[in-house]
Design a protein around this ligand. Structure first.
Ligand code: ADP
Ligand code: MG
Length: 701
């Protein structure tokens, strides 16, 4: 592998200095290693003629361009102007499909005739349930080639195309390179990993991915290469996180004592769920050892994270430490404070609230109790981070809703005690576990994957603009039963002016439609005090309706609110809709969520929204959201956290392989923590090479 990196591609026959420079600038291909790792994005399969019927069920077909042989039955032009398209009904006797053109319609009509035999050649897709192929290549059946059966298609840039560097050129160079190699590419992965995961060896995988002979070996080759990338990432993350743990002493908290036990026996109003118990055990095992804990607790809305956090803090208090819980807003901090105070009122814990609006007198009490160690739990907002807030023995910090607290802010917390306190981050934005493993690879993760019993699921429906009367009478009946209602409007920065107008108009319309019920109104551009006052109107029940933008997304708890109407629901991400929906269904009464949308939404959008009406499982929703939008879009996560760019693996789609790679990496690091055994030498070098190179890249860009 190392010698491949030293092999400049300009010496490959057919490349030369000019093309080499272009490939370097446009695609980052500088040497033989880069070239062999420039993977095809798709393949053209000319090895066989597919029957249209077989395409109906073919799963991987979207990935491969296939050919079908048959005749056009008819041609129809539909739509007008920019939406004009030509549809040819095509059959091979087993079934039919639509062949569609959006451009060049007149040309195509001139050349194609119904009734004549053609081979059409493209990517099959399904559109509104109909099998379809858009802009295929079309040949007369005689051109069927038997020379190259499956042809790789490579990512290119416009500039390369202009300079006549196309897929064939790249493919040609790769074939030349591969056939000139004197010996097989040496295996990079440890032998044990290849064997126990039944992976194709590197040489065969690289050859197959560029020159596949059949679909099955191609799949195995791609699997091997994806596995390798993900395995490198997981190994790197595990090694880093273990080194960090080994280097960072934390406060040992082995005891379970009076506070925890008293709370458990005297204050718990209900039985903990199995998942809550498990996560508390995981936390305890972690903090008992004297290593600093950095743990992410994921749990769906309503899964009881606050209680878990409280019990973890009690463990810390039992070991003689102070604790602190931070929330992103004053309202949330206030709610946590109220919840925890109520829950723990019987056992005499000292709990206080610190926010930007805490009075000077209370602040002085807090300051002195923090310093003399008598304050057990400080609940607060960012105000907690101020330098003047000093603890006698801060040992444990809980951060609610992590994506609003940056790493830098976490670092400020560390400075508040001699050793870094244990950190528990709670998030209700479930991200699929496999993605979490990768983007939060160096945090330990606990999942509360069970809701307390007896919850009545929120009924979610999709309604169109022309069904507003129906929505109105449903809302009215909730209001007259004494329940409260949310109306939520989108507000995004790029669209801020328009959105503000629509939420303001919405507020006016709602006030009029539901008079004399009282309506409160909040949006993200209000002053905090004004916002809090409006929220308070709603929370206290003085207002029956709250018209709001997504500021209410996080955490607000008003149990008598039973209905949420979300306007322009199609503009929200699924995970965000799920968060919003979590604001209702918090009391004993049956709750509803109405997703309002205009009638003309695409089939895709409808499918997306229908996921919301069909499940209330946040993890299922997050998974679906990621499948549809790609992981880069999921809030609070970014692929940029990865040590190098992925060339073939896909975080959204390769969840299973991520899991396998993780286990394999754990096994490897358990037996050979520094990769120092001779059997792992090649891998250690390859890994260092990949990571080292990645660093160089970041310096360049
Ligand atoms: P989250 O923060 O995870 O959305 P909360 O901690 O706010 O959820 O809990 C939601 C509600 O469920 C709270 O009213 C809480 O008291 C209640 N709760 C928590 N754990 C249990 C349990 N094991 N059994 C019944 N109710 C519970
Ligand atoms: Mg919560």
């Amino acid at each position: 592998m190392l010698s491949l990196r030293r092999f400049d591609i300009q010496y490959i026959k057919g490349i030369g200095p000019t093309r080499a420079r272009l490939l370097g600038n446009e695609l980052g291909i500088h040497n033989a290693y880069d070239l062999l790792h420039h993977f095809p994005t798709s393949y053209i399969d000319r090895s066989k003629i597919y029957s249209i019927r077989s395409l109906q069920s073919i799963g991987d077909a979207e990935f491969v361009t296939v050919q079908v042989r048959g005749r056009f039955v008819s041609f129809n032009v539909l739509g007008e102007g920019a939406k004009m398209r030509l549809i040819g009904l095509f059959t091979d006797g087993t079934a039919t499909m639509d062949v569609v053109w959006f451009k060049g319609i007149r040309e195509i009509r001139k050349h194609l005739r119904a009734g004549e035999e053609y081979v059409v050649f493209g990517k099959p897709a399904r559109f509104n349930g109909t099998l379809q192929m858009a802009h295929p290549e079309i040949d007369a059946p005689t051109i069927l080639s038997n020379t190259v059966s499956v042809r790789a298609v490579y990512p290119l840039t416009e500039r390369l195309r202009q300079r006549n560097i196309d897929s064939r050129v790249i493919h040609g160079a790769i074939i030349t390179l591969l056939s000139s190699l004197k010996k097989p590419l040496s295996e990079t992965l440890p032998e044990s990993v290849v064997r126990s995961n039944s992976l194709m060896d590197l040489d065969q995988a690289i050859r197959t991915v560029h020159i596949p002979s059949d679909a099955q070996s191609l799949k195995a080759a791609r699997h091997r290469l994806k596995f390798e990338e993900l395995f490198c990432i997981q190994t790197d993350m595990l090694m880093r996180s273990r080194r960090r743990k080994a280097a960072t002493d934390g406060y040992p908290m082995p005891h379970i004592g009076r506070w925890f036990n008293d709370f458990y026996h005297q204050c718990l109003p209900f039985e903990l769920t199995g998942a809550q118990k498990r996560v508390i055990k995981e936390i305890h095992a972690d903090i008992a050892k004297g290593r600093q804990m950095n743990r992410l607790v994921q749990g769906d809305v309503g899964s009881g994270k606050t209680l878990v956090a409280l019990m973890a803090m009690l463990l810390a208090i039992d070991n003689g430490y102070q604790t602190c819980l931070m929330a992103p807003t004053e309202i949330l901090a206030g709610q946590h404070f109220a919840t925890i105070s109520t829950l723990a009122s019987k056992i005499g814990l000292n709990i206080r609230l610190l926010t930007g609006s805490t009075r000077a007198r209370e602040r002085r009490i807090i300051d002195s109790e923090l310093r003399d160690g008598s304050l057990h739990i400080l609940v607060g907002t960012h105000a907690v981070l101020e330098d003047r807030v000093t603890f006698a023995r801060l040992g444990f910090v809980v951060i609610d809703e992590q994506h609003r607290f940056g790493v830098a802010q976490r670092a400020r917390l560390w400075k508040k005690s001699e050793r870094p306190p244990h950190v528990l981050v709670m998030t209700a934005t479930p991200i699929p576990r496999t993605l979490a493993m990768t983007v939060y690879g160096d945090l330990d993760i606990s999942v509360i994957d069970e809701l307390p019993p007896g919850r009545i699921p929120v009924t979610t429906v999709l309604r169109y603009d022309n069904q507003r009367d129906r929505v109105r009478s449903a809302v009215m009946s909730q209001l007259s039963a004494g329940h409260q209602v949310y109306f939520v409007y989108p507000l995004v920065e790029e669209n801020e002016k328009l959105d503000l107008r629509s939420v303001t108009e919405g507020f006016e319309a709602v006030s009029e439609t539901y008079a004399p019920y009282k309506v409160a109104f909040v949006h993200g551009r209000m002053k905090p005090a004004e916002k809090d006052a409006q929220m308070e109107l709603f929370a206290s029940g003085q207002a029956h309706i709250l018209v709001a933008t997504t500021v209410i997304e996080v955490g607000v708890n008003v149990p008598s609110a039973t209905t949420m109407v979300i306007e322009n629901a199609e503009r929200f991400g699924l995970s965000q809709l799920h968060q919003l929906r979590g604001r209702v269904g918090r009391g004993a009464d049956k709750s509803f969520c109405v997703l309002m949308t205009k009638h003309a939404i695409s089939a895709d959008t409808r499918r997306r929204l229908e996921i919301m009406t069909s499940t209330s499982d946040g993890f299922v929703i997050a998974e679906a959201d990621m499948q549809m939008r790609g992981p880069g879009d999921i809030e609070g996560t970014a692929q940029s956290g990865l040590p190098f760019d992925l060339r073939i693996a896909d975080l959204a789609r390769d969840g299973i392989i991520i899991g396998q790679a993780r286990s394999a990496a754990e096994m490897l690091i358990d037996t050979d923590p520094e990769l120092s055994s001779p059997a792992n030498r090649n891998f250690a070098l390859a890994l260092r090479d990949i990571l080292g190179r990645a660093t160089d890249w970041s310096r360049i860009s």
